[in-house]
Every structure is written in C-alpha cells, then in structure tokens.
Design a protein around this ligand. Structure first.
Ligand code: SF4
Length: 707
C-alpha cells in the first residue's frame, strides 16, 4: 500500500489527509497528524472520502467528452480534440459577433488555486471580459467586503490557534459543530483547558453549537446589525470601549457613535426578539474579556445586507481593541476548501490578481504587464446572480461552468433553469455527471477530482497546503487547469491571437502556474514570494503573508495596530438595521431559514455517494415548531408543500423545538425533489447585497400546508 499526503476537499477548515492507495484504487483515508489545521483529526465527511472515490463511483463520473449540436438530441461521446475545437469555434464566433462580454465563466471554490489562476487569465487577459464569477459569490463575498470596508484588505486577521488563547468566543451565524467540525473540536479543547472561557452563540436556531453556549442569542433572522449596534450602545454607555485604541488606530468613530445612540437595548430587544439582559450580558462579556475572538459564516454573509452584518461585528472588535492580539479578532470561516485561493488570484468578476482591485487603473496596468497583454478590461463583470439573469435575457449567450452546480446552488432556481435552457451554448467541466447542471450541458468535459489532481489550496486561516493526486485520472478525465489551457490555446487561434495564447499559457504543470501566481503577489498584502512548492513539501503548510526573506508566515495580522488603508487606520462603518429581502406576511407567514447538516456537503455530488453519511439524516426535513404544526393540523412525518414567492417544493415535516414558533428550517443540500423537480433554493429570493452582490440564501418568507 502507498500513501500520499493531501487535503480534504470539503470545507474551509482545510484538514490534512493521508490517502492510502493500491495501484489505481484509493483504499482509505486518515487524518494527517502533521497538518496544523487538524493534527490528525477528521470529521465524518473527511474520514469517508475514500468511499466517494472508488471504482463503484465511476457510474456517476464524467469520463469522456460529450457533445450535442442540437438541444433536442442526446450528447454523444467525442474526442477531446473535437470537443475543444467545437467549443473554441463557438466561443470565437460569439465573441466576434457580439463582443467579449457575450460570454461568461462560472467557477467554484472547489477549484485549486492553479485552476483558478488559469481561468482568470484566460477570461480577463485573453478574451478581455470580466465575466468570471464563482460560487464563492454565494458563500464568502460579504466577508470579503466586510473586511475591506473596515480593515482595508481581504485578510482574516486571526488563526485557529487563537481559539486556544481566547477568553470569550463569539460564534455568529455558524453551526460550527456541523459545518466546521474540526474547528469546533478546538473550541471544546479550549473550554476544557480554560473552563472560565465564555461561549456566546448568535443563531436563530438552537443548533448543536448553540446547545454548547454559555449564552445563546436566538435572534430573529436577519437582525444581527441591530444586535451589534445595541451591544456597542451598551459598551459606550457602560464605559467599556477602549478609547486609547480607537484614538490611535481607527477613524470614523464619531459617526458610528451617533448611529448607535438610537440602538438602546429596549429598541434592539423589540427588533431582535431578545431580552435586554441578553444584549447587555453579551456586550459586557465581549468588551470586558481579556481576549475576544469571533467566528462567523453564512448566517452573516448570506443576507442582502451581509457586508454590513460583517462590518457591524468588526466595529465591536475595533471599539474594544479586541484585534491584533492573541485570542482576539474577527475570523470568518470559509465555506469552501479554496474560496480563499480563488480570492487570492482575483477569481471574481470585480477582482484582479493578488487582491488588486479592478476599479484601480494602476492595478489593471500591473496585471496587464504581468500577463503580457495590452490591457485588462475596466468594466466589472457579471456577478453570479447577474450572470444567470443576463443568460436568461440573451445578453450573455454562452456560459462555461466549471466544478460547480448552479442549477442547484443558486437562488431563484426557476430563473437559473430557464437561463440554462435559453443559452446558445452551455459548457460544463465536471468530475460528476449526475448533477442538475450537467443535464443542461451541450458540451460535457470530464475533469479529475480529489485524489487525482495536484495543486494548492488556502484555508480560512490563510494557510496554503499542497493538494496531491494519489491515483491516475480515470478513463479520459483531465485536470481542470489542463482543460482551461488547451481551450485557451485553441480559442487564441480561433480569434487570430494564437501566438499570444501560446505565450500566455506555456504551463506544463501546476507548479509553473503557481510560480507565476506567486510572482504576482510580490509587494502585496498576501506576498508569498518566500514560498515554493519545494518548501511546502519540506516544511508543510504555511500561512501568508510569507515574503521573500521571511522565515515564517504570519499567524496574526495587525499586531502593530497599522491597517492597510490610506491612513493606516481601521475604519468604523455606519451600519443600520435593514429588512430581509422578504418579510413574513399574511400569505407567507413563516420565516424559512436554511443551513447545513453534519454529514452532507453542499450539493451532495460527493457526500451523496456514501451510504453511511445518510445515517444522520436520510432526507430533507422541514423543521417546524409544535405550535405551528398544531395550527395547521400537521404532525411529524406529514408531507407538506412549502411555498414561497419564487416557487414551491414538497418535503416531509419534522416536529422540532430547535426553531421558534413562526420559523422553520430546511437543510440546503438537496437539489432535485421527487415531487417538484427543484430543490430548496427554489424558495430563495435572488436579492443581493449591493456591496458584495452575495444573494440572500439564508432566508425566505414561506407558507406551509399539507400536501
Ligand atoms: Fe474535511 Fe472540513 Fe471535516 Fe476537516 S472539518 S475533515 S476539511 S469536511
């Protein structure tokens, strides 16, 4: 038996794994004791990875290129050459006739950094459009804008190690025990070592994480800003803010002070559905603790005011000086394994390489010079929701979807399915052929996946880890970066830019791509010019920044109180309570909130293959309070229709007191529903945050009735 060190492909914790394999078969997986993210531990999902990679899963793998030239016909197997020539010719024709903005690319936080880098260069450098977005838009873009608004850069300032040093941990909008289990093991360890440590959990639902809290603030969905503003009000009133820190290291405090004057505990209590005492206690614990750390995820990000949810929480850290010290700071938990790596290479419609901004002419010129092109387009590309709206309207005519399943994961599913049906050309590059999106593919390009591919990922704490292939690609599957390079060279020829494309995409392996990415970070906040593949091999995973000449990466940022803003000071952002995209009404009286289960991951294209991962929850169940069931003469196990403004689905109901009366909960993993043909995101509105453009996937107003 051979062993290969790699990384778990599920969540942003980024656990190290050791893959056990014989010949071309992965036989087992165990935690890597040397990996600083998990020290050998794995959750149920990570420890069953090998069961999603055996020959028995080949039945659902994409194994050969397939193509159809008319929608009403079935795809036929073709050679790679035929598939890529066809796609290059079609893309070139559309670009020639309608311009580069008539095509779009939609990727994933599951792609490796090297894959992301090639796609970004292909779209923004060779084609000349910024129409490249990814499912990270659905996941972390409000965390990005929250950090940039307040601290000046998209850089989580704390590390997992800070959990062991904190005296007060605030977990907001995250069921960490289920979604990031190995991080939660650290929380349990820290509380065992320091029984005086306080745990505050802010979540409408009494999740497993909330069960463990010293103080659970079960606020009404979407009322975080009112809560944080009120906590700041209490801190000011009680003299708990750090005036010397505010004076020396921040700006904009007077404006936020004026705003939060209105947010008395009485006022916030009415908005949030919390008691005044709960708000006052949370404020006192947050401010008075020697070190306060906050961890947060989709419960803050996935709202139409997600950026301000983030900023309001970070305001508390700045007002109390709870940042840049051991055990203190705001730490966003990344949903996907490499959303961070995607952000690093600029793989979103409004970003450029190495945290450069599209709106900055100097940054565009730097990237153009790095890539050897005349310019990079100025106009921002279409973000996820805008992209599918433009596909539906015909403004965008061809879409290339890589490593993700928007026909399940996007809000307003009806529109997404119509958009894919309307598009002139849908190319899907995928490892798994059974996803909802693959059904829409005119061209299906088989890609390698976990256990087969090489590259790097960056986890939530800025730690870069090598991902290594243990077995050969099955049948005709190719690596994502290879497919993008082969297409780029062909498209270059078709557009009369063959020589340029050859020059731009000379890569023979992932390392040569990563080396170019590394050079693009020189002098930037995420500078990794001191790292190499060889060093990651010899010394293991490393945190950025790690500039040339450094002996280690940085575990903690802003310890000197200097922030990457023009003035060097962090900024308070004025945040005001806002209404959710949909408010409950007489017709849609219930708040629906969504979340994850312990043993499933995202759209289940991989976890759904492992029988034992259904032992925890076998099917999607709508969790409803007994009072709401009684009012509708329903009982647990009944089939119900859940209807929102955007659509309906049919599921079984589960009696549960983990949600308050007036609220219900549905797991987000399932897609196609036997009754309705569409998944839970059918119910979700597509309204998005004006700063981050992240849609409100966490909340909808619904009605529930017997099916
Ligand atoms: Fe994988 Fe996340 Fe579980 Fe770690 S915590 S094993 S990265 S799913």
């Amino acid at each position: 038996m051979a062993e290969t060190r790699s990384t778990c492909c599920y969540c942003g914790v980024g656990c190290g794994v050791i893959i056990e394999h014989e010949g071309d078969r992965i036989t087992g997986v165990r935690g890597d004791p040397a990996h600083p993210a998990n020290f050998g531990r794995l959750c149920t999902k990570g420890s069953t990875l090998h069961l999603s990679a055996g020959p028995e899963t080949l039945a659902v793998r994409a194994l050969r290129p397939e193509l159809r030239t008319a929608r009403e016909t079935a795809r036929q197997g073709v050679s790679w050459e035929a598939a890529l020539d066809h796609v290059a010719d079609r893309f070139a024709a559309i670009i020639r006739e309608h311009g580069p903005d008539a095509v779009a690319f939609y990727g994933a936080g599951q792609l490796l950094t090297e894959d992301y880098y090639v796609f970004n260069k292909l779209v923004k450098g060779l084609i000349g459009t910024n129409n490249l977005d990814t499912n990270s838009r659905l996941c972390m873009s409000s965390a990005v804008s929250g950090y940039k608004m307040t601290l000046g850069a998209d850089a989580p300032p704390a590390s997992y190690e800070d959990i062991a040093h904190t005296d007060c941990l605030v977990i907001a909008g995250s069921n960490t025990a289920f979604a990031h289990p190995i991080v939660f093991r650290r929380v349990e360890d820290a509380r065992t070592a320091n029984p005086a440590m306080k745990l505050i959990v802010i979540d409408p639902r009494r999740t497993d994480t909330a069960e463990a809290a010293d103080l659970h603030l079960a606020l009404l969905p979407g009322t975080d800003i009112a809560l944080y503003n009120s906590m700041l009000h209490v801190m000011l009133w009680e003299g708990l803010v750090k005036r010397d820190y505010i004076e020396a290291h921040t700006e904009g405090f007077d404006a936020i002070k004026k705003t939060v004057r209105e947010y008395t505990p009485a006022m916030a209590s009415a908005i949030c559905g919390l008691s005044k005492k709960e708000i006052e206690t949370a404020a006192e614990w947050f401010a008075s603790s020697p070190a306060t750390l906050s961890m947060y995820c989709q419960g803050l990000n996935q709202y139409a005011f997600g950026s301000h949810n983030n900023a309001a929480l970070i305001n508390l850290h700045l007002a109390t000086g709870q940042i840049g010290r051991a055990g203190a700071g705001p730490l966003s938990l990344t949903g996907q394994p490499n959303a961070m790596g995607g952000r690093e290479v600029g793989g979103l419609a409004n970003l450029l390489s190495a945290h450069r901004d599209l709106a900055n002419p100097a940054h565009r010129a730097e990237v153009a010079a790095l890539w050897g092109v005349d310019s990079v387009p100025e106009k921002p590309g279409k973000s996820a929701v805008e992209l599918f709206q433009a596909l539906k309207s015909g403004e965008v005519k061809a879409v290339w979807i890589a490593c993700t399943n928007p026909a399940q994961s996007m809000p307003d599913q009806t529109l997404v399915h119509e958009a894919l049906a309307t598009a002139e050309l849908v190319v899907v590059q995928e490892a798994f052929a059974h996803t909802e999106t693959c059904r829409h593919a005119d061209v299906l390009l088989p890609a390698t996946t976990w256990g087969e591919k090489d590259g790097t990922v960056t986890n939530s704490e800025r730690r870069i880890t090598r991902v290594r292939g243990a077995v050969a690609a099955p049948v005709e599957a190719r690596h994502d970066w290879q497919i993008a390079v082969d297409f780029a060279r062909r498209l270059g020829v078709a557009l009369g830019k063959g020589e340029l494309a050859q020059r731009m995409f000379p890569y023979a392996d992932p390392e040569s791509i990563w080396n170019e990415h590394r050079e693009s970070t020189r002098g930037r906040d995420l500078d990794i010019t001191g790292l190499s593949y060889a060093m990651l091999e010899a010394d293991g995973p490393q945190q950025w920044p790690f500039p040339e000449g450094a002996s280690s990466g940085k575990q903690r940022l802003y310890e000197d109180g200097v922030f990457p803003t023009v003035s060097g000071k962090a900024r308070f952002v004025v945040t005001e309570h806002a209404m959710t995209a949909e408010s409950p009404s007489a017709r849609y009286p219930l708040h629906l909130i969504t979340g994850r289960l312990r043993d499933q991951w995202h759209g289940m294209s991989r976890t759904g293959l492992v029988a034992r991962l259904y032992n925890h929850e076998q099917e999607p169940l709508l969790h409803m309070h007994p009072e709401d069931l009684a009012r509708r003469r329903l009982k647990g196990g009944d089939l119900v229709t859940v209807r929102a403004r955007g659509g309906r689905i049919v599921v079984k109901v589960l009696e549960s007191t983990t949600v308050r009366a007036g609220q219900c909960f549905l797991p987000m993993h399932w897609g196609g529903n036997a009754m309705s043909g569409l998944g839970s995101n059918t119910l979700m509105p597509s309204k998005f945050d004006p700063h981050s453009k992240q849609p409100e996937l966490k909340h909808a107003a619904v009605q529930v009735e017997a099916f």
